[in-house]
Design a protein around this ligand. Structure first.
Ligand code: SAH
Length: 408
């Protein structure tokens, strides 16, 4: 070890530091933002949850500045790969402004909602912010994000046209970071009813009681695709939530739509969503409150067939550890969907499980096609819309994958 490493310059004495084990700096050099507990040799200084540390290689070379999370396996998340960067309100607000600006072209009169901050992929680990008109719904899920909560809320509230920041920090992952759940208005006043437009269609959003931040914005492009495929088709939309794909299919001229979800609240919002768009033929859609697995089986037993099926189930595998059980669920539901498809029909099938890779998902669907005795081709590979970018240094961000399939 060199003399200068053993006697760090004064600036490093002032800031708490985290020193990696020998050879464990590789992922940081690849700019991966997570530091796992097993890679850490020691921490020096007073480290409160979420406070900023300088990350040092085993030889004392400064590598990055990161947020320390004492109770998580992901013990630190990198804010900056420049070890000289000050991590403060100015740093946070510049990063948020940059992230929001990169979505500018996604907003127009027909599109008033998009994700404006997408966590690690925007250099802001544990920070997700979705904008619905003049309301931003923020979700903080890491100790570092929690530490800078006030700066994050202020920066979001300062974006042009934002009148309210509502917090939905109630994701289960917060427990892994030792954080309690918190929800409520963080700044401004939440309107009694919030609506947004996507592709010209009007949807209600409930930031207080809705799932995630209120709407599944990641499926925007795929709803657009379904709209273009739906003309005169008999459509089945399983796991429909508030009817995102249902409205898209109706707007695209579907002959009929059957929309299934297990959540009565989601279906009630779906009902209201159709009413919000007077041009849509509500009579062509049937809402079904049911377990989708059971209902697809029932439809199959009743001899029903469809020309276009959308399958957008919840996250069966949050991590790779759940992949096996999740694989069975994906296979079952895809098998049923393929059996329900008429010859020449199309299936848009998705997985939003971080623990199931695109390759694995394709293999699962191939297994389902084999068991369904169906000849199936991939017409298109699908992913999230541009407001959910995947940073190349953070492949874990690649959670939503989908296939547009055609059955011969
Ligand atoms: N496609 C939707 C988002 C789907 S999210 C959109 O575009 O907005 C997944 C949905 O699956 C949620 O609405 C959830 O309520 C529902 N869900 C979860 N488990 C289910 C089950 N077993 N049967 C039916 N729906 C289920």
């Amino acid at each position: 070890m060199s003399r200068s490493a053993r006697e760090p310059p004064p600036a490093q004495l002032r800031v708490p530091s985290l020193t990696l084990k020998a050879g464990r700096e590789r992922s940081l050099k690849l700019r991966h933002p997570w530091i796992f507990s097993g890679a850490i040799d020691r921490v020096d200084g007073d480290l409160a949850s979420g406070s900023t540390v300088t990350v040092l290689a085993a030889d004392g070379t400064p590598l990055a500045r990161a947020a320390y999370s004492p109770s998580s396996q992901i013990r630190a998340r990198v804010w900056s790969f420049d070890p000289d960067d000050s991590i403060d309100a100015g740093f946070i607000s510049a990063a948020i402004a940059r992230a929001a600006a990169s979505r500018a072209t996604l907003f127009d009169t027909d599109h008033t909602a998009a994700r404006i901050v997408h966590g690690e992929s925007d250099g802001l680990p544990g920070v997700v912010a979705d904008r619905y008109g003049d309301v931003v719904v923020v979700q903080l899920s890491s100790a570092g994000a929690e530490f800078f909560r006030a700066a994050i809320v202020d920066a979001l509230a300062a974006l042009p046209g934002v009148h309210c920041v509502y917090e939905r920090s109630d994701a289960e992952v917060r427990a892994l970071e030792g954080l309690p759940q918190r929800t409520g208005v963080a700044q401004g006043t939440l309107p009694t009813s919030l609506t947004m437009r996507e592709d010209g269609l009007r949807y209600g959003v409930d930031p207080v009681a809705g799932q995630k931040t209120g709407f599944y914005l990641d499926q925007r492009d795929n709803r657009r695709l379904v709209r273009t495929l739906a003309r005169e088709r008999r459509v089945l939309n399983a796991f429909c939530y508030t009817g995102g794909f249902t409205l898209a299919a109706l707007a695209g001229g579907a002959a009929s739509v059957v929309s299934i979800d297990s959540s009565a609240e989601a279906l009630a919002q779906g009902h209201a969503n159709i009413a919000r768009n007077p041009g849509l033929a509500a009579k062509h859609n049937q809402w079904v409150e049911a377990d989708a697995f059971a209902d697809l089986r029932r439809l199959r037993n009743a001899g029903a067939t469809f020309d276009l099926v959308v399958l957008d189930p919840p996250k069966f595998a949050p991590t790779a550890a759940h992949a096996e059980r999740a694989s069975r669920a994906y296979k079952d539901v895809n098998l049923l969907a393929l059996k329900l498809l008429a010859p020449g029909g199309q299936l848009a099938t998705f997985s939003c499980s971080g623990g199931v890779s695109s390759d694995l998902f394709q293999k699962i669907v191939a297994g389902a096609a084999l068991d369904a005795n169906a000849t199936v081709h991939i017409q298109r590979r699908l992913g999230p819309s541009a407001d959910h970018p995947v940073a190349l240094n953070f492949p874990e961000g690649d959670y939503l994958k989908g296939l547009l399939l055609r059955k011969s």
